[in-house]
Design a protein around this ligand. Structure first.
Ligand code: NBP
Length: 479
């Protein structure tokens, strides 16, 4: 195709995500101009895909000239400075009203900075979270576009065409202005950390009870047929069944127990701290990865610090079935808490930024394409549809009943883990959040007494109206 034709879409950055998105967009009938910093990649990509509506552009001016107005240009390069470098090169080439989309995993505050830079120049900037990895990009990702509302009408036909579909509904909505799209993608990733850690804790409990890898694979496969149906449960079942071709051993047991991370979980933690929102399950998940990576320290401590004697493996199928059912309930309840916390953080930021986030719609688009896709997201959408002002997901009738039904098994699982010395930081953080939230009276009365004692910070009384503050002249303590 000649570069003078007015193509529908331009994409910059032909690494794994860019290439797969281009093939997805083209397969829906849109013509795409492509550019990569290293031109050999562009040429090889277009050559490998003959007969498609693709235009290889060796320069950014050629790319810009090949696009219909208003131009729709997606940047899919490494998040960070590379995005700014590409934008700087594009700005002098573009016309008023053109749309630059950053489809990478950019920090939402960087997106807000870029929005503030480009808007006065007459350009429209959309930070769009794209979830689902390589396969999602090719077959249908969940897309979380932010930016000016005026861009939605222009981008909607393309985004709806390429997004994953669940029950025929595309997994994309306009999330909100400015950095809202990248913000929601960040929370998605934080929740993903929580989901993954909770699954790992379930695995550690089943393994400690003596279930074999094949037994665990069949437990997870069974769970994937029920309430816990989700992509992450599904891949866990498949991973546990995988054998190492060289040794014949379960492959998972040969993999080092040191987790990596790329930082989006930590971004979520920082944002929660800034907004004083509790996301203890996600925090536990991020911290579990950090501690896992400190292998030499753990090896040293394992020889020095004592735990309980290991429990004998469960002997009977009945005992195993009982444990599996309890761990299922603990996992489901903990997952609900994790989502309740992530949604609470989004609610808080939405209020602060006046983004008017539709939390039910966001849960709806996470049902397909993305890593956290799961059946139970339907219940979250339904809860917000029934009560758009829902203050905490756990208070929605469906989730109340689920938590009330699960709490006894959840306690049993956490208590057994503690007694057996099995770390379950995300299960226990979730349960502690549940118990704190349902406590009409916490121990913060003593905390207020301590604060007033050493700092005269004053306190309110239970027997006097709120807003009346008291100070006590506490007895002097001599060190
Ligand atoms: P990478 O994040 O690995 O980035 C590689 C691409 O960035 C190449 O096309 C490279 O061009 C280009 N690039 C770099 Br590096 N510096 C550049 C610069 N200064 N100017 C222009 N181009 C530059 O690619 P990816 O894994 O496809 O991810 C793309 C984005 O999508 C990232 O933000 C990532 O976090 C996000 N994301 C990735 C996944 C995933 O599963 N991989 C999932 C969801 C989101 P070159 O060929 O010339 O080096």
């Amino acid at each position: 195709m000649s570069p003078t034709q007015a193509n529908d879409f331009g994409l910059i950055g032909l690494a794994v995500m860019g290439q797969n998105l281009v093939l997805n967009i083209e397969s829906r009938g849109f013509s795409v101009s492509v550019f990569n910093r290293s031109p050999a990649v562009t040429e090889a990509f277009v050559a490998a895909n003959p007969g498609k509506q693709l235009t290889a552009c060796s320069t950014l001016p050629a790319l810009v000239q090949s696009l219909a107005l208003p131009r729709k240009l997606m940047i899919m390069v490494k998040a960070g400075a590379a995005v700014d470098e590409v934008i700087e090169q594009l700005v002098p080439l573009l016309s008023a009203g053109d749309i630059i989309i950053d489809g990478g995993n950019s920090l939402y505050s960087d997106t807000e900075r870029r929005d503030a830079w480009l808007t006065p120049l007459g350009l429209r900037f959309v930070g769009a979270g794209v979830s689902g990895g390589e396969e999602g990009a090719r077959k249908g990702p969940a897309i979380m576009p932010g930016g000016p509302a005026s861009t939605w009408a222009v981008l909607r036909p393309i985004f709806e065409a390429i997004a994953a579909k669940v029950d025929g509904v595309p997994c994309v909505v306009h999330i909100g202005p400015g950095g809202a799209g990248h913000y929601v993608k960040m929370i998605h990733n934080g929740i993903e950390y929580g989901d993954m850690q909770l699954i790992c804790e379930a695995y550690s409990l089943l393994k400690a009870a003596g279930l074999s890898s094949d037994e665990m694979a069949s437990v997870f496969a069974g769970w994937n047929q029920g309430d816990l149906q989700s992509y992450l449960i599904e891949i866990t079942a498949v991973a546990l069944a995988q054998r190492d071709p060289a040794t014949g051993q379960p492959l998972v047991e040969l993999i080092q127990d040191q987790a990596g991370q790329k930082g989006t979980g930590q971004w979520t933690q920082l944002n929660a701290a800034e907004n004083a929102v509790v996301i203890s399950t996600i925090n536990a998940a991020v911290e579990a990865r950090v501690l896992s990576s400190q292998k030499p320290l753990r090896l040293r401590a394992s020889g020095l610090l004592h735990g309980p004697a290991p429990a004998p493996p469960l002997a009977t199928p009945e005992d195993k079935a009982r444990l599996v059912a309890q761990v299922h309930d603990a996992l489901y309840a903990s997952k609900v808490v994790s989502y309740a916390q992530g949604l609470d953080l989004m609610r808080s930021m939405s209020d602060k930024k006046q983004w008017a986030l539709d939390l039910g719609a966001i849960a709806g688009i996470w049902r397909g394409g993305c890593i956290i896709r799961a059946r139970f997201l339907n219940h979250i959408s339904a809860a917000y549809a029934a009560d758009p002002g829902l203050r905490n997901l756990m208070l929605a009738p469906f989730f109340q009943q689920l938590l009330n039904r699960s709490q006894q098994a959840w306690r049993t699982v956490v208590a057994q883990a503690v007694m057996q010395g099995i770390p379950v930081p995300a299960f226990s953080a979730s349960l502690a959040y549940y118990d704190s939230l349902r406590s009409a009276r916490l121990s913060a009365n003593l905390l207020q007494a301590q604060r007033d004692f050493f700092g005269a910070h004053t306190y309110e009384r239970t027997d006097r109206p709120a807003g009346e503050w008291f100070h006590t002249d506490w007895p002097e303590v001599i060190d």
